[in-house]
Design a protein around this ligand. Structure first.
Ligand code: HEM
Length: 194
């Protein structure tokens, strides 16, 4: 019968495919065993987007959404079958990984399903009119700086990603009245969400 040759002592002198499968399988098993042992997870404690099937699918298909404001509103976390999206400066981010923050019961649920760019600049959470992308009346430099920092936060976040864009018609009517701006007290770096 064909197969790896055996030496006089009976030992084989070549690896077969089945040997390689055994070794790789054994290593994977040991990796999973020790990962569970030390971290109680099978991924050594990592739960970022690189093991999120939705993100991997998005990366493979390179598919970016292009939503209207009304369509974006559907992604506010109330429909569990849809991802949660937030809009910042016309960009749409997938923040489904933090349903506890952006879902219906979350502390920042009001940011979900809309482009509330103005609010990211002013921090005037109590004023419903602030949940808009209308930046009229704000200082251009301040708005640019704040929005670019928030975009960087969402783009570089370990669990969120850029999902696409939202079409924003030119705002009409009176812009929201000025309010006293509140600054974000935390650190908006890529590790801030960890
Ligand atoms: C311009 C003003 C502000 C904006 C736009 C803002 C926005 C946000 C956003 C988007 C998050 C979620 C970050 C993530 O996904 O991990 C967050 C988290 C948080 N913010 Fe604010 N924030 C502002 C001001 C403040 C202020 C003034 C406070 C407190 C005095 C505060 C307290 C917090 C806390 C405690 C969290 C963590 C929430 C959690 O993990 O559930 N924020 N903020």
């Amino acid at each position: 019968m064909a197969g790896p040759k055996r030496t006089n002592s009976g030992a084989r002198d070549a690896f077969t495919l089945i040997d390689i499968v055994r070794v790789v399988g054994g290593l994977l098993f040991l990796n999973a065993f020790f990962s569970w042992w030390f971290t109680s997870t099978s991924t050594w404690g990592y739960n970022g987007k690189w093991i999120n099937t939705q993100y991997l699918k998005h990366r493979l298909t390179n598919n970016y959404v292009n939503l209207t404001i009304d369509e974006l509103a559907l992604y506010n976390g109330s429909d569990m079958s849809l991802p949660i999206y937030i809009g910042v400066n016309g960009y749409v981010y997938d923040v489904t990984a933090s349903r506890g923050i952006y879902g219906p019961k979350g502390s920042y649920s009001k940011l979900s399903g809309k482009d509330a760019s103005r609010l990211y600049v002013t921090g005037c959470f109590m004023n419903p009119e602030e949940y808009t992308y209308d930046l009229r009346g704000l200082k251009e430099e301040e708005a640019k700086q704040e929005l670019s920092e928030w975009q960087q936060f969402f783009e570089e976040h370990p669990k969120y990603w850029l999902a696409g864009y939202v079409q924003r018609p030119d705002p009409v009517g009176e812009p929201p009245a000025p309010c006293e701006h509140i600054k974000f007290p935390g650190r908006r770096t890529k590790n801030a969400g960890n």
